[in-house]
Design a protein around this ligand. Structure first.
Ligand code: NAP
Length: 519
């Protein structure tokens, strides 16, 4: 099967060098992709000149209706999409649902945002501000859609959610989307695009899809375009150096890697409800999508006297995880997504091993369920223990994008904040404690170094989705090495795709032009 790109309103098969998409559990080839011969300048022009005006002619409620129709179309193919996610992504059924259902849930969340914004095409940012001595002269801020194309480049781990969480926000804001999934797992996003195109819901030019490399697309970007990227810090650096950004101030949003942390409060008793909650959330983050989750907990900080007990409890749980071909229903953790990923991870584990003690984990697993002939890109969950955090700087420096977690002891709250901050900026940190003073102090101290914080306690044990779940109504992103970007957050996410303009003049007229409530 040759994946096609959807550009300029048509499907195009690329020529030249192709990339092969595999089933990472069996190494069976599933499809190939190439973008050779695709005219990326024309792709962007079509989005800007055909898709942009069509979207901008719609009100937010009308755009929300389109998103709802996309939801209906995708949801109707849920089983097929889950199946593709299992085959091309190495996902268990639950992991596949996490991606596919996460995508449709995000669409629904933005349907609501659009309905609330209502029958208007611009957003008023705040109210009228009196300027000077006379009330007749005032100013206000409005948000209007940018007139370029929104280019979305996504990582391999969430082909469904990654595509939709960016596209829903941009389309609702009024910008046409050019979406590019990571090639290795593009099968799912490709099928979703086919479903969207067949549903004939969006105006022509509102959605383009690139199956394969982006070719020279970046050379044709301009200052009204925006680029939202999720992936490695190295690729982010290449994109940040594009002249459209450095010279033309094109907006670039980066969601990159992150050494997320979990902190246990000194009050948490062994085997208590809060202890158990923390243990469950750490296990989920190691196992889910084989740890290939940007929000996964990588570093666990526990009071020194509980290091031994927590490591032992965690080891037991990790050793129980059934690893193998996710097509087998008994399997709880699948393979890594590619050979390259597995090689990078093994390299990372060898480096980590020089500074930390391995408690459990096999890089050459012997017992894999449903796997023949030693095929597939597998390793088992790895747990490392660091007795002297000062001797293991690597734990705060290297993201190992895999089922790998390190546990570190701490003696006082000041040290743990400094250690979390040593990760250089994270997407999320979780704090587990029923001590209100400790919790508040810790959340406030950690906030500058994180895009999101979750507080686990006996009050929310059993109802928290855990730090690994990104929610459409809350911002996703983080400072420093996490990319410095921000996505989602309900209406907040739309401002990336819109220009905030200050307007001053006769106050009564401005109120008429830009009423505070939808007509
Ligand atoms: P990657 O190698 O940087 O690739 C990400 C995307 O960039 C892919 O679509 C890739 O396309 C594309 N790409 C690569 N080189 C490019 C270039 N020169 N110009 C334009 N696009 C280019 O990252 P990955 O290995 O897929 O993802 C793993 C990383 O992503 C991890 O570090 C993880 O932490 C991070 N991540 C972060 C988040 C977040 O929300 N913060 C979420 C998920 C993952 P091809 O596949 O065609 O090469």
């Amino acid at each position: 099967m040759k994946l096609k790109s959807f550009v300029c309103g048509n499907w195009h098969e690329g020529n030249g060098k192709t990339a092969i998409l595999l089933n990472p559990a069996t190494e069976e080839p599933l499809a190939e992709a190439s973008t050779g011969g695709i005219d990326f300048a024309a792709t962007l022009d079509f989005a800007r000149s055909v898709g942009g005006p069509a979207l901008r002619s719609l009100t937010f409620s009308q755009r929300a209706e389109k998103l709802r129709a996309l939801y209906d179309a995708l949801f109707a193919h849920r089983e097929e999409l889950i199946e593709l996610s299992i085959r091309n992504g190495g996902n268990t059924r639950n992991d596949a649902k996490f991606d596919v259902d996460g995508a449709t849930a995000t669409l629904l969340a933005y349907v609501e945002v659009g309905e609330q914004l209502g029958n208007r095409k611009i957003i008023n940012d705040g109210e009228s501000i009196p300027l000077g001595r006379s009330p007749r002269y005032a100013g206000r801020h409005i948000l209007v859609p940018m007139h370029g194309a929104a280019v979305h480049i996504n990582a391999f781990n969430f082909p469904a959610w990654g595509m939709v969480e960016k596209a829903a926000v941009a389309l609702l804001a009024g910008m046409p989307v050019v979406s590019k999934p990571a090639t290795s797992t593009a099968l799912l996003a490709h099928r979703m695009t086919e479903i969207i195109v067949d549903a004939d819901v969006l105006p022509a030019g509102a959605l383009s899809f690139i199956a394969g490399s982006v070719g020279d697309l970046a050379d044709h970007l301009g200052s009204q375009d925006v680029l939202a990227f999720t992936g490695s810090g190295n690729t982010a650096n290449i994109l940040r150096s594009l002249s459209a950004h450095t010279e033309g101030s094109m907006r670039v949003n980066v969601e990159a890697d992150s050494l997320n942390a979990a902190v246990m409060g000194p009050d948490v008793e062994i085997s208590s409800e809060t202890w158990q909650m923390m243990l469950n959330e750490v296990v989920t983050d190691v196992r889910q999508k084989a740890g290939q989750k940007c929000t996964a907990i990588r570093r666990v900080f526990v009071p020194a006297e509980k290091l031994e007990a927590f490591c032992e409890a965690l080891r037991e749980r990790l050793d129980d995880i059934v690893v193998g071909n996710p097509a087998d229903a008994s399997v709880r953790m699948g393979p890594l997504v590619s050979k390259k990923q597995l090689e990078d991870v093994k390299n990372g584990i060898e480096t980590l091993q020089e500074q930390a003690t391995k408690v459990t984990g096999h890089m050459e697993p012997q017992e894999l369920v449903g796997v023949d002939d030693r095929k597939g890109f597998f390793l088992t969950p790895h747990l490392f223990r660091v007795d002297d955090p000062a001797s293991a700087p690597i734990v705060h420096e290297r993201e190992i994008f895999a089922p790998v977690v390190s546990v570190l002891p701490y003696n006082d709250a000041g040290t743990v904040v400094a250690s979390c901050a040593a990760g250089g900026g994270s997407l999320v940190t979780s704090v587990y404690s029923d001590d209100r003073d400790f919790s508040r102090e810790m959340l406030l101290a950690l906030a500058p170094f994180n895009g999101r914080l979750t507080h686990g306690s006996s009050k929310v044990a059993g109802i928290s989705p855990g730090p690994g779940s990104v929610l459409a109504m809350l911002v996703h992103g983080g400072p420093g090495r996490a990319g410095g970007g921000e996505e989602l957050g309900g209406e907040r996410g739309m401002s990336f795709y819109m220009q905030r303009t200050a307007i001053q003049g006769y106050s009564a007229l401005l109120d008429k032009f830009f009423p505070d409530h939808a007509e």
